[in-house]
Design a protein. Sequence first.
Length: 275
Amino acid sequence: MSAARPRLLYVTDLAYQARGRRYCDEDVFLTSRLRAEFDLALCHPLDAAALMQSFDGVVVRNSGPVLGYRKEYEAFRERALQDGVRVYNPLTGRADMAGKQYLLDLSAAGHPVIPTVDRPEDLHLLPEAERYVVKPKLGADSIGLRILPPDALPALADGSVLVQPCVDFAYEVSFTYIDHDFQYALYAPRPDRRWQLEPYRPTVRDLEFARRFIDWNGLAHGIQRVDACRAPDGELLLVELEDLNPYLSLDALDEAGQDSFVAATKRSLHRFLAG
């Protein structure tokens, strides 16, 4: 790393139209605050591989689903790993960064996850339900998600999709971590309005739930979001562990919460770049 202020390439797709969220606003805010301690340049994810060698580190933030540029994303990963480029989050994540296989693995291992299978011979392992969620293993942002009756499942469970029961949950809640430190929790009181979020005060049991997945993933640095739903029995079930480019919903925090998150991000980045 250079002796001057660290140089960061901040990867974001400012034009991506996310349902219920404005990626561009979040990244404009965060980069405006990070500039106090880092020299920053923003680029589109398709440009990252060509530019990253000129920087001390690459921060992948709201870069959008990689489905639309899977080949280019894999080339970026391969080159960054080969050349020893510092990418934040590190490219060793075991969760969404590597696809949705982890949901199958965690479900099979008995972790508190929405029951998940991908093969017709395993459909009997799912609890009986009137409706099931079917979504691509390489999906993101609800792209390709379908809700179907039980009789439609055998023809679709071909290993390329995940099949889960439709859980009648009370609400969804997200826990945001930097490195291994809890930062804040937000929830959607109305299940039909996923991105109308409010602050959530987690219990000790809630944090134990979220922390087990952060520990399982094993990332020493980076920002992760644990998404869960409150099942009918009152327990939390994992919906997703976002370790690639989690949207942070910083606009749902008050000023003190935003300041605290930015300060923690700066500290984490300095530690990461120091290596």
